[in-house]
Design a protein around this ligand. Structure first.
Ligand code: C2G
Length: 131
């Protein structure tokens, strides 16, 4: 049975951990919708802008064969609306978010997948800075 899967993230300095979660999220249902955090949302969350612009992050995500739709996540408070607008059956997030989106179980199934170990945007930035 095909299910519509939704996931959210910044996907800055795109790396294999991002690939792995998107690939696995798509396999959970067969159709994957990705909400990518806007530059403004990132600034409000992390007090810095992503390294890659919103337009570039969208372009990278749209070019992946296991991503079917991409939209911009403008606010963390609108998760329920985004899930309903997308008619999503399942929300997938990495397990660094375990438990954090359980309120969304009112709108769809929620599943946390194991993060890929030993890689993150923050670590990549630190390594590059130290070279
Ligand atoms: N991820 C992963 N393995 C890694 C790094 C990231 O599985 N080694 C997953 C995260 O768990 C997340 C997704 O990749 O599900 C995107 O990660 P980020 O870009 O870091 O997303 P974040 O800034 O946490 O934004 O509304 C929720 C936020 O927008 C999530």
């Amino acid at each position: 049975m095909s299910r519509r899967v939704i996931t959210f993230g910044t996907f800055d300095v795109f790396h294999v951990g991002h690939i792995n979660i998107l690939e696995r999220a798509r396999k959970e249902g067969g159709y994957l919708i990705v909400g990518v955090s806007s530059d403004a949302l990132n600034f409000s969350k992390k007090q810095r802008y992503p390294i890659y612009s919103q337009a570039d992050r969208i372009k990278i995500l749209e070019s992946l064969r296991f991503v079917d739709e991409v939209f911009v996540e403008e606010s963390l408070e609108l998760k329920a609306e985004y899930i309903q607008d997308a008619k999503a059956d399942l929300l997938v997030m990495g397990d660094d978010w375990a438990g954090k989106f359980d309120e969304m179980k009112a709108y769809c199934d929620v599943k946390y997948l194991t993060r890929t170990p030993s890689i993150s945007t923050t670590e990549i930035i630190e390594v590059v800075k130290s070279i």
